[in-house]
Design a protein around this ligand. Structure first.
Ligand code: NAD
Length: 351
């Protein structure tokens, strides 16, 4: 299998590329612009692998992307490249509109022209998998769950840009017949997660005895999925999902942000005891505008149709994540210093 992965130097993309190259033996071409969120160090285990290649390219650059298709001749595209940080989308939305909407358009057009030029068998086998978020569905009432038919109701520039890209993918499927699938996933966590996001930010602040910023009352609910479970789900959807369908992916682990923060403190306290509980570092900060209250995924469709199920519970996943950060300071220290240089209070965070 020859697959183009866009955004393969990011958090989820790098987990996907490692899985496809090392565990599945697929030929992978990673197309990434290397924004601040990218880190080729996350792929250092692949440097001597002949089935892995990297191309520095912007998905908004149609000439570069058309060349990539013509030279690599993929069987499939897994599209993850995006601007992904909600807080940044509030302060600077333009880049989100450009990459997430216009970049997806460029990729769809390149895929369509390439796919049109394939023989009958290649056209039948080709797949375009668009990786999206549950944030497109908006905020849930207490106790509710997102299903694939939930109406879109995006609230942040980030989720609005992802919702637009989802609609483009559906339109290319309906209008041009491009064999596309969409996944909408809940919040990921795990190794190699950029230290501005909630879990690594809290973990590393707690390790360094800095305040642990929690938005509002901390009662916002997010549904957490271990990143390695997500990439297995994506691969399964690509291989066995029904063309034209959307699959929601979630770990059946909805939790309030404050409980996540407390859990991280407790795991760290047990692995690196320090005399007093790190829960004392929790600091409530003003809520961000338009902060959705509850996201929770009902993953029944992918579970029953494709037999996928999250393997890691939140307790196992968070323990594995804390242990990974404790053992891999070489990876996060340079990024952490960069995040702190531009954000002295350590308040940038988003789940
Ligand atoms: P990330 O920010 O860690 O990585 C994004 C990657 O895309 C980076 O390597 C970046 O350099 C690259 N990129 C950005 N703009 C680009 C451009 N114009 N051209 C080429 N490459 C570009 O993001 P992530 O958390 O790994 O998320 C990956 C995908 O999964 C995104 O589409 C996101 O919307 C989706 N998603 C993320 C989560 C989550 O919890 N992180 C949950 C559901 C869905």
């Amino acid at each position: 299998m020859r697959v183009i992965v866009t955004g393969g130097a990011g958090f989820i993309g790098s987990a996907l590329v490692r899985y496809l190259v090392l565990d599945r033996g697929w030929d992978v071409l990673n197309v990434d612009k290397l924004t601040y969120a990218a880190n080729l160090q996350s792929l250092s285990s692949l440097t001597d692998k002949s089935n892995y290649r990297f191309v520095l390219a912007d998905i908004c650059d149609a000439d570069a992307i058309n060349r990539v298709f013509a030279e690599f001749r993929p069987d499939a595209v897994m599209h993850l490249a995006a601007e992904s940080h909600v807080d940044r989308s509030i302060t600077s939305p333009a880049e989100f509109i450009k990459t997430n909407i216009l970049g997806t358009h460029v990729l769809l057009e390149a895929s369509r022209h390439y796919w049109n030029g394939l023989g009958a068998e290649g056209r039948k086998a080709f797949r375009f998998l668009h990786v999206s978020t549950d944030e497109v569905y908006g905020s849930l009432a207490d106790g509710g769950f997102f299903v694939e038919s939930t109406a879109y109701d995006p609230r942040s520039p980030y989720s609005a840009s992802k919702a637009s890209s989802d609609h483009l993918v559906s339109a290319w499927r309906e209008t041009y017949g491009l064999p596309a699938l969409i996944t909408n996933c809940s919040n990921n966590y795990g190794p190699y997660h950029f230290p501005e996001k909630l879990i690594p930010l809290v973990l590393l602040n707690a390790l360094e005895k800095r305040p642990l910023p929690v938005y509002g009352d901390g009662r916002q609910v997010r549904d957490w999925l271990y990143v390695e479970d997500h990439v297995k789900a994506l691969t399964m959807v690509l291989e066995r999902g029904r063309v034209g369908e959307t699959y929601n992916i979630g770990g059946r682990a909805p939790m309030e942000n404050i409980s996540v923060v407390e859990r991280i403190c407790d795991v760290l306290d047990s692995l690196r005891p320090d005399g007093e509980s790190r829960r004392g570092l929790i600091t409530f900060v003003p809520d961000r505008p338009g902060h959705d209250r509850r996201y929770a995924i009902d993953p029944s469709k992918i579970e029953t149709e494709l037999g996928w199920r999250a393997e890691k519970t939140f307790d196992d996943g968070i323990a594995a994540t804390v242990e990974w950060y404790l053992s891999n300071e070489w990876w996060w220290r340079p990024l952490r210093d960069k995040v702190y240089a531009g954000n002295r209070l350590g308040l940038l965070q988003t789940p």
